[in-house]
Write a protein that binds this ligand. Sequence first.
Ligand SMILES: C=CC1=C(C)c2cc3[nH]c(cc4nc(cc5[nH]c(cc1n2)c(C)c5CCC(=O)O)C(CCC(=O)O)=C4C)c(C)c3C=C
Ligand SMILES: [Fe+2]
Ligand SMILES: [Fe+2]
Length: 341
Amino acid sequence: MTDHALLLVNLGSPASTSAEDVRAYLDQFLMDPYVVDLPWPLRRLLVSLILIKRPAQSAHAYASIWWPEGSPLIVISRQLQDAVREYWPHGPVALAMRYGQPSIESELLSLAKQGVKRVTLAPLYPQFADSTTTTAIEEARRVLRAHDLKLQVNLVDPFYDQPDYLDALAASAKPYLDQGFDHLLMSYHGLPERHLHKTDPTGSHCLKGADCCQRAQGQILANCYRAQCYKTSEGFAKRAGLRPDQWSVSFQSRLGRAKWIEPYTETRLDELAKRGVKKLLVMCPAFVADCIETLEEIGDRGREQFIAAGGQELVLVPCLNAQPQWASALAAISARASRLL
Ligand SMILES: C=CC1=C(C)c2cc3[nH]c(cc4nc(cc5[nH]c(cc1n2)c(C)c5CCC(=O)O)C(CCC(=O)O)=C4C)c(C)c3C=C
Ligand SMILES: [Fe+2]
Ligand SMILES: [Fe+2]
C-alpha cells in the first residue's frame, strides 16, 4: 500500500531575515486566535503594537542564526522528512509549516493530487498546546473543508510520554551528560497562564497549588502543557539515571505583559549561577528541531546571561533534529496513530 501519507507539521519561519518578511510571518503567527487568544479587535490592536518594534528585533536575531540554506527550523525539518522516509513504507512523507511555506494547504492539496487516500498528520510538538497542536489540526480541518478533500486523516497525539520518543531523547543527550556537568536545565517554550486555564477541563485544577502538574491525570494531563513538560522531564531523567537534584525545569520565550507559566528560564539561569553551578547543560525538549528559540535565545543570550551571573559554561544540547533513532521513533509513533480528524 503506497497511498497512506505521513504529513509532518512544524511551526514555520520567516521567508528570509528581512524585517518585511519577519513582519509578515509574525503577523500571520500572532493573529492566529490560538496563539494570541483575544477577541479580534483587541488582538489586532495588540499585534499591531507588537509589530512596531518586534520585526526589526526578531530579524536581527534570525540573521544571527540563519544558515546559508535557510532557516535552521526549516532546513532541519526537511532533513527529518528525508530521514523518516526510511521508516515509512506506506506512502509519501510530506512536510508543512503552520505559518509561512510550505503551507498545510499546499501539502494536503498536493497529496490529494498524488492519489493519496489516507494522511497521518503529525504535529511536531511533543507536548500539547492550543497554540501549536490545536491550531495545526484546525488548519488541516479548514483545508479539507474548503477544498472538499476526501482524505481520511489520522492524528498523532502529543508524544511527551511515549517510550520511543523518550529513548531517542535520552540517547541524543547521552554524549553531553557523559562529558560531566553541574546541573541540567530543561527549558521549555513558555505559555501565557491564561492558555493553561482555558484548556483545563475542570476549570479549577491548573496552577492551583505548587504540585498541580504532579497531580494531573487523565483528561487534565491530556490537556495540560505544563504537566506534560514535567512528565517528559521525569521520563528523560529516569532514562538518563539522573537524581532529582541534578536537573530542573523552566519556561522560556515570554512575550508581552501577561503572566506566563513559571519558573522562567531567565530567572533560573541567574539562580543557578548564583548557587555556584559552573557548567550548565541546557536541553529544550519542547522543540524537536533547533530554531531561533534554542540557538539564539538559549545558545546566545542565555549563555551570555549565565556567564554574566557567574557561571562558566553553558552547553546547549542539540534538539533531536534528524537523528535516525528519532526518525525511526517518529515513524513508529505515527504508525500507531488511530484517532480520526
Ligand atoms: C503569544 C505568543 C506565543 C505563544 C503562545 C507561543 C507558543 C509556542 N511556540 C512554540 C514553538 C516555537 N515558537 C517559535 C517562535 C516564536 N514564538 C513566538 C510567540 C509565541 N509562541 C514568537 C513571536 C516567535 C518568533 C520569534 C520571535 O520573534 O521571538 C519557534 C521558532 C520559529 C523559528 O523560525 O525558528 C518555535 C519552534 C511552542 C512549542 C509553543 C507552545 C508551547
Ligand atoms: Fe513560540
Ligand atoms: Fe496544569
